[in-house]
Design a protein around this ligand. Structure first.
Ligand code: HEC
Ligand code: HEC
Ligand code: HEC
Ligand code: HEC
Length: 120
């Protein structure tokens, strides 16, 4: 039984290795920046940046122009985790309190709370 289990594990690992490269493994996935996620959906730099070439940070209003209102965002993430990052006593925070595009995102709430938020 033990050896069968080990064999199944090995097969799964082999299948997994075949579909992902080292650079795209789970550890790397956690690091995928929002930039790559947006470019991967066909957006260009100017999907977010108004000026060409980009020179200034992108403001919350620009993010909302595609992602809807704060209320709509809060509906999307309601009940997904322990707390709703888009609907809290902190009000309508600017997106960059948590989401960064060119560098890893951060958990703004962790200044005061220790619940886990995985910010994409
Ligand atoms: C999803 C929206 C988005 C896209 C797409 C995007 N950016 Fe940005 N960019 C931002 C945000 C937000 C910032 C502020 C810093 C951060 O969040 O990492 C920024 C900051 C910058 C800055 C620094 C401005 C400063 O603060 O001095 C440059 C330069 C820049 N982006 C260039 C680009 C280029 C080039 C592309 C295309 C390859 C691009 N950006 C695509 C959102 C975006
Ligand atoms: C031009 C339209 C557009 C703009 C502007 C834009 N986004 Fe997006 N964003 C998208 C699309 C399209 C997707 C992929 C589909 C989806 O998940 O909604 C996406 C996905 C996301 C995701 C989910 C990523 C994941 O893990 O699936 C986050 C978070 C996000 N955007 C944040 C931002 C922030 C923050 C800004 C402003 C700096 C921004 N977006 C600006 C179009 C946009
Ligand atoms: C307090 C931190 C925080 C702030 C501020 C914040 N977000 Fe998020 N956002 C998150 C977290 C955490 C998730 C992942 C939620 C989940 O899937 O459980 C998320 C998910 C998202 C998603 C994916 C939603 C889905 O599941 O389809 C989008 C799009 C998004 N955020 C856009 C924004 C935009 C635009 C702003 C600014 C108006 C913003 N967020 C502000 C923390 C934040
Ligand atoms: C400056 C500190 C601070 C920040 C930042 C902060 N909180 Fe709070 N939060 C508090 C305090 C203080 C209370 C009330 C005391 C308590 O019950 O823990 C509270 C209470 C809460 C509660 C209800 C109490 C409970 O545990 O049932 C939730 C949910 C919550 N916060 C979510 C958030 C979320 C989501 C964020 C990020 C968007 C956030 N908080 C950011 C200080 C903060």
């Amino acid at each position: 039984m033990k050896t069968l289990f080990a064999l199944i594990l090995a097969l799964c690992a082999a299948g997994y290795a075949a579909t992902t490269t080292a650079a795209e493994g789970p550890a790397a996935n956690a690091q995928v920046l929002l930039l790559q996620k947006h470019l991967g959906k066909g957006l260009s730099c100017n999907g977010c940046h108004q000026e060409n070439p980009p020179a200034t940070p992108v403001k919350t209003g620009q993010c909302l122009s595609c992602h809807g209102t704060y209320e709509q965002l809060a509906e999307k993430t309601d009940g997904k985790g322990a707390v709703n990052p888009h609907g809290s006593h902190q009000g309508d925070l600017s997106c960059d309190s948590c989401h960064n595009v060119h560098k890893p995102s951060v958990n703004y709430c962790s200044q005061c709370h220790d619940f886990e938020l995985r910010v994409p």
